[in-house]
Write a protein that binds this ligand. Structure first.
Ligand code: F6P
Length: 320
């Protein structure tokens, strides 16, 4: 193998740079050239492609975002768009491609593999953590810690003013961020799309807390479960409590990656290159039970990753 490409696609996630660094350095170590494709599949269509060497992969392991930039390309979803991408695969003599992103990016990678025979390996990176075949996606741990930091700060003011706070967090149509950050932050209620909930129950819990002398509460809402402002309004009306809403938004996507995310990205990036060098054609790397594994890329894009129900039940028990 002489040359591979690397790109980041979909929403950026902290640790993507550490994954780029690992792909580049592992490849260079084995004498394989790496071409960096900017702005994901859009850059592959537009030939926004440049060699990346040891130098350009330096000083990035600690930085959030992605130095390769990222995009969600509508054109790549069309056969014509992919044909242009396929031409550039030939023009730049790419013999393999490492795709760092989420499930949508992997569908794109699979299409490229099927239509143009390009060997592809997916490296799961999304704060949503919603990719099957891996316990953790790069960026999730950092996002959870960012949310936790916000919950801690909001708890200070919630306690001081004896207020109820509804905190809306990201996750698209999943509740991984909400569940982990909610449990770690001691939230009184965690609302996620994977589990049914009733506002009545949420308010009953608030009142039970009040009767025990608890004057402040935190409710974490996953964006896919409900809108934070709507939940805030209903809770206020039902409970009569002084209720405020905080939307954490894109701060959850930024920031320096945690040690966990840097190590995960380093291991997954290196394994992806190993797979490409050994002739694998459409795999996804991941971490399961602490071990680095790889699985069929198609399976990773099919089906919804289940939430950890034991963790959800535990959060409910501990916030009684
Ligand atoms: O997939 C990552 C994510 O941050 C989701 O949690 C969120 O729903 C979405 O991207 C937001 O996308 P955008 O940055 O395009 O608004």
């Amino acid at each position: 193998m002489r040359r591979i490409g690397v790109l980041t696609s979909s929403g950026d996630a902290p640790g993507m740079n550490a994954a780029i660094r690992a792909v580049v350095r592992k490849a260079v170590y084995h004498g394989v050239e790496v071409m960096g494709i900017r702005r994901g599949f859009a850059g592959l269509i537009e030939a926004d492609i440049q060699p990346v060497g040891l130098g350009s992969a330096g000083e990035i392991i600690h930085r959030g975002g992605t130095v390769l930039r990222t995009a969600r390309s509508e054109e790549f979803k069309t056969r014509e768009g992919r044909a242009k991408a396929g031409q550039n695969v030939e023009r730049f003599e790419l013999q393999g491609l490492a795709v760092i992103g989420g499930g949508g990016s992997f569908q794109g990678a699979l299409a490229l593999h099927r239509e143009y025979g390009l060997p592809v390996v997916g490296i799961p990176a999304t704060i949503d953590n919603d990719v099957s075949g891996t316990d953790y996606c790069i960026g999730f741990d950092t996002a959870v810690n960012s949310v936790l930091d916000a919950i801690n700060k909001i708890r200070d003011t919630a306690t001081s003013h004896e207020r109820t706070f509804v905190i809306e967090v990201m996750g698209r149509d999943t509740g991984f961020i909400a569940l982990s950050a909610g449990l770690a932050g001691g939230a009184e209620s965690i609302l996620i799309p994977e589990e049914p909930f009733s506002i009545q129950d949420v308010c009953d819990k608030l009142r039970r807390g009040q009767r025990r002398g608890k004057q402040h509460s935190i409710i974490v809402v996953a964006e896919g479960a409900a809108s934070g402002p709507e939940i805030g309004q209903v809770v206020k009306e039902h409970s009569g409590l002084d209720t405020k809403v905080a939307l954490l938004g894109h701060v959850q996507r930024g920031g320096a990656p945690t040690a966990f995310d840097r190590i995960l990205a380093s291991r997954l990036g290196a394994h992806a290159v190993q797979l490409l060098m050994s002739g694998s054609t459409s795999r996804m790397v991941g971490m399961v039970d602490g071990q680095i594994v790889d699985s069929d890329l198609e399976q990773a894009t099919a089906g919804k990753k289940p939430i950890d129900r034991d963790l959800y039940r535990l959060a409910a028990v501990l916030s009684i």
